[in-house]
Design a protein around this ligand. Structure first.
Ligand code: BES
Ligand code: MN
Ligand code: ZN
Length: 493
């Protein structure tokens, strides 16, 4: 794991900071904060000159490194765009831009002012800036034995004032996102179901949660026939992982999170083409999000009850693997005709959703899954597809997505779509109508296992990773779902 880990609020004057770099926020056209004005004055108007000379315009995420001629020796100008258009997402991006500029210049410590705008709130702004800086600093270097030049930001000092509570929340959440990114980035020979279970146990220990891990024999005997059918082809031991956090009142219904944890998806007997099959190590991003959420919960200790379930296995072909046409029975008793062994995510989730519905009757249940390639066709890498049975929950998810920059877009689960997953000889089949509404078919199938619980499914196959760099999301796994969920818990109180 490599990202910024040390963040503090500093009361030093700008000219007394001891970091490699001092970052100053500049609005479009050159407007500065009180601290920025003092820096400008104290450095012989170096900032105003850069703006007047046209070298720096103050556009969003624009950066310019300058030598101050005094102390601190380096000044980093970071653009915020138009003052009246600045949002928390803009502040987050500015944090990411600072991290990237400092790192690419080969430095490890920075002091920075949080772009302060009253209307955005001090705690929220500090949180967003810290989140952006931590997330923007993230690099996955675990397997580089020779890349000695790679610099990762070590310390951020907030100069010119900020909120301690906002800092704590931003740092806790961003580090949890980095955990989710890391778990996703590790290849399938490292991020095995067993490894995910060990992470769950570690998080549970830190957060004083219960953690139960069921092995193949246990969950098979219990009746999780759908999950077991996916795990059949795998020699790598599968795990059904349960976590329980009690921060609320005793009888309060918990909020439930569920993750698809396919640590490698070959497609099984319905095997995938070999081109880009390596990307299927990311098929556990739903599980990674859930572990990230629980890690953030362990640190922030919200006052509510939360349960989490992860169904983790490889999807492999083999002499014992399930075959197209096989019929299995899920934990809730429904029979499933498996028409394509590559539609395995919905099978493992069927048992996880059934289990939570039966044993925990959650107030709300939300699952994260890299479920369909079709969601990338529909929404690209920009938004997750969201479907579900409860309008209030879906509205809150969309709102949380907008607030966090982890956008979600609703797709319908009308009866016609649900009819498409009915089987001729079993209760349901794991495919919809050929070539039609593939993402919705996944959601329609899952709906059959959520019972009466207000439930939503997020298809994150597009948003969980991307090969493009964004201001605070380096290319690779994004850790999507963690920030959205923490905001969702806030919204639903
Ligand atoms: N893990 C894949 C979905 C996926 C595809 C995620 C591409 C990320 C990128 C999932 O298990 C799968 O194989 N889905 C099939 C479903 C089909 C067989 C109904 C798909 O999308 O092709
Ligand atoms: Mn698949
Ligand atoms: Zn899959």
């Amino acid at each position: 794991m490599a990202q910024l880990n040390k963040v503090q609020i500093s009361s030093r004057d700008w000219n007394k900071v001891t970091t490699d770099v001092l970052a100053v926020a500049v609005f479009k056209g050159g407007a500065l904060s009180a601290m920025g004005k003092a820096v400008d004055k104290g450095t012989g108007k170096i900032i105003s000159k850069a703006v007047k000379g046209g070298d720096f315009k103050g556009k969003s995420n624009e950066t310019l490194m300058l030598f101050s001629g005094g102390s601190p020796s380096r000044l980093l100008l970071v653009g915020l765009g138009e003052r009246k258009e600045l949002t928390l997402e803009g502040v987050r991006e500015a944090g990411g831009a600072v991290a990237k500029a400092v790192q690419s210049a080969g430095h490890e410590t920075v002091s920075a002012e949080v772009p302060a705008l009253k209307k955005l709130g001090e705690a929220e702004t500090t949180q967003a800036f810290v989140e952006g800086t931590v997330l923007g600093s993230y690099r996955f270097l675990d397997y580089k034995t020779e890349d000695k030049d790679a610099k990762v930001l070590k310390s951020l000092s907030i100069a010119g004032g900020g909120s301690g509570a906002g800092l704590k929340r931003g740092k806790g959440i961003a580090q949890a996102v980095c955990l989710a990114r890391d778990l996703a980035a590790h290849p399938s020979n490292v991020a095995t179901p067993g490894r995910l279970a060990r992470e769950a146990r570690r998080i549970a220990r830190v957060g004083k949660m219960n953690c139960k891990v069921l092995n193949r024999d246990q969950f098979t005997k219990m009746g999780m026939g759908a999950f077991a059918s996916v795990a059949r082809g795998a020699d790598e031991p599968p795990k059904f992982i349960l976590m329980e956090y009690r921060g609320g009142k005793k009888g309060d219904k918990p909020f439930a999170f569920v993750g698809k944890g396919i640590t490698f998806d070959t497609g099984g007997i319905s095997i995938k083409p070999s081109a880009k099959m390596d990307e299927m190590k990311y098929d556990m991003c739903g599980a990674a999000a859930v572990l990230g959420i629980m890690q953030a919960v362990a640190g922030l200790k919200p006052k509510r009850n939360i349960v989490a379930a992860i169904a983790a296995t490889e999807n492999m072909p083999g002499g014992r693997a399930s075959k197209p046409g096989d019929i299995v029975k899920a934990y809730n008793g429904k029979t499933i005709e498996i028409l394509n062994t590559d539609a395995e995510g919905r099978l493992v989730l069927a048992d996880a959703l059934s289990y939570l519905t039966k044993h925990h009757t959650p107030a709300y249940m939300v699952n994260f899954a890299t479920l369909t390639g079709a969601v990338i066709v529909a929404l690209g890498h920009v938004a997750s597809g969201v479907m579900g049975t409860d309008e209030k929950l879906i509205k809150a998810i969309i709102k949380a997505g907008e607030a966090t920059g982890e956008r979600a877009w609703e797709l319908p689960l009308w009866d016609e779509y649900c009819d498409d997953v009915k089987s001729k000889i079993a209760d349901v089949k794991n495919l919809g109508a050929p070539g039609q509404a593939g993402t919705i078919a996944g959601g329609a199938f899952l709906k059959a296992f959520a019972g009466d619980i207000p439930w939503a499914h997020l298809d994150i196959a597009g948003t969980a990773w991307w090969d493009k760099d964004r201001p605070y999301v380096p290319s690779g796994p994004s850790g999507v779902g963690v920030r959205l969920s923490l905001e969702l818990l806030n919204i639903l109180g």
